[in-house]
Design a protein around this ligand. Structure first.
Ligand SMILES: Nc1ncnc2c1ncn2[C@@H]1O[C@H](COP(=O)(O)OP(=O)(O)OP(=O)(O)O)[C@@H](O)[C@H]1O
Ligand SMILES: [Mg+2]
Length: 319
């Protein structure tokens, strides 16, 4: 076990359940009859483009917004019914609300004291989130990524079994994202329930076990990443000065492809394309596997969802 914890604190979280959760703001149906579950021992990603309703759903889960209908529970209870929420649920909704003149350690000490948490909790979470050496720095000078870490540190103070993180990769650099991935993986492996939101599948592809895809307030998909990946198929993006010959070779091999601004998008793995190109002595300037999952996610969230109006037919641009 990587982390040391107070032995009195139970690790297991309990499942998060959203049951028919619905919320409108005026004309906007921000969250529309969402049914979803996030299980202990798993990292569940709530995925969707801007305005999908992710934050609103998480705010309802945390009792910060009242649903119009439906219910959100953690281990079977609404957030406001939890006997000891600080020790049961840790949440980071946005990296803000810090007193800029306070040090990271003071910020955590104040929170810990207010919640009657053990004196060693602030140091423990600073170490866990990689902020130990910044403990005495003022939060006002923190970068966005450091604030994200401090938000996580605050959420982990009570050593909760359930973590709810809204866009936790926001502001993190690639090493930061890698670190976060390992950190939340460890938390889930300890039996905790981790629910995090993101608008980019690529950011959570390596973190999440399960994805809940949302757009326009609706839950479009609840599935394992493995299932989504299998469904997405494989593809390559090819740059070649010999596009016509490669296209002909692909046609002859029965592999479908499309021209893009810069090259060819091919429905085959980079290995298959590379071998075919070598057989035909076709020069390639670039060959990479496309983020198939990202494409599938994009398609899913861009599809018309009744009763939403059908969009005008658009050329399937590959981004
Ligand atoms: N307090 C509010 N008042 C009015 N409209 C709101 C409010 N909160 C959210 N909305 C609207 O509800 C919809 C969903 O917003 P929400 O913030 O939940 O989306 P999101 O998926 O978190 O988006 P993002 O990726 O941009 O964070 C949006 O149309 C938004 O404008
Ligand atoms: Mg949001």
């Amino acid at each position: 076990m990587k982390r040391s914890r107070a032995p009195t604190v139970p690790t297991g979280g309990g499942a998060i359940e959203l049951n028919g959760l619905t919320k409108s703001f005026g004309e906007v149906r921000a969250v529309d009859d969402v049914h979803a579950v996030a299980l202990p021992g798993q990292v569940t990603a709530l995925l969707g483009p801007n305005g999908a309703g992710k934050t609103t759903a998480l705010r309802m889960l945390l009792g910060l917004v009242a649903p119009d209908s439906g219910i959100a529970t953690i281990g079977g209870q609404r957030y406001d019914e939890l006997p000891d929420p600080v020790r049961q649920v840790g949440a980071v909704l946005e990296a803000s609300g810090y007193h800029p003149g306070r040090t990271a350690l003071d910020h955590l000490r104040i929170l810990a004291t207010a919640s009657r948490l053990p004196d060693d909790a602030p140091r423990r979470v600073l170490a866990e989130t990689g902020l130990a050496s910044d403990a005495r720095r003022r939060v006002g000078g923190f970068s966005l990524g450091m604030r994200q870490r401090l938000g996580l540190a605050s959420a982990m103070l009570g050593d909760p079994g359930v973590l709810v993180l809204d866009e936790p990769t926001n502001g993190l650099d690639p090493p930061g994202v890698r670190w976060l991935r390992g950190y939340v993986r460890g938390l889930a492996d300890e039996g905790r329930t981790v629910l995090l939101s993101s608008h980019a599948l690529s950011e959570v592809e390596l973190i999440a076990d399960h994805v809940l895809v949302m757009a326009q307030g609706r839950l479009l998909r609840s599935s394992s990443l493995a299932a989504l990946r299998a469904e997405a198929g494989v593809g390559s993006m090819v740059l070649t000065p010999d596009r016509d010959r490669l296209a002909a070779a692909l046609d002859a091999a029965g592999i479908s492809h499309r021209r893009t601004d810069e090259g060819l998008a091919v429905d085959a793995t980079p290995e298959q394309v590379g071998e075919l190109a070598a057989q035909h002595r076709i020069v390639l300037h670039g060959l990479e596997g496309t983020a198939d999952l990202e494409k599938a996610f994009f398609r899913l969230t861009q599809e018309p969802h009744p009763p939403v109006e059908r969009p005008k037919s658009a050329e399937g641009a590959l981004s």
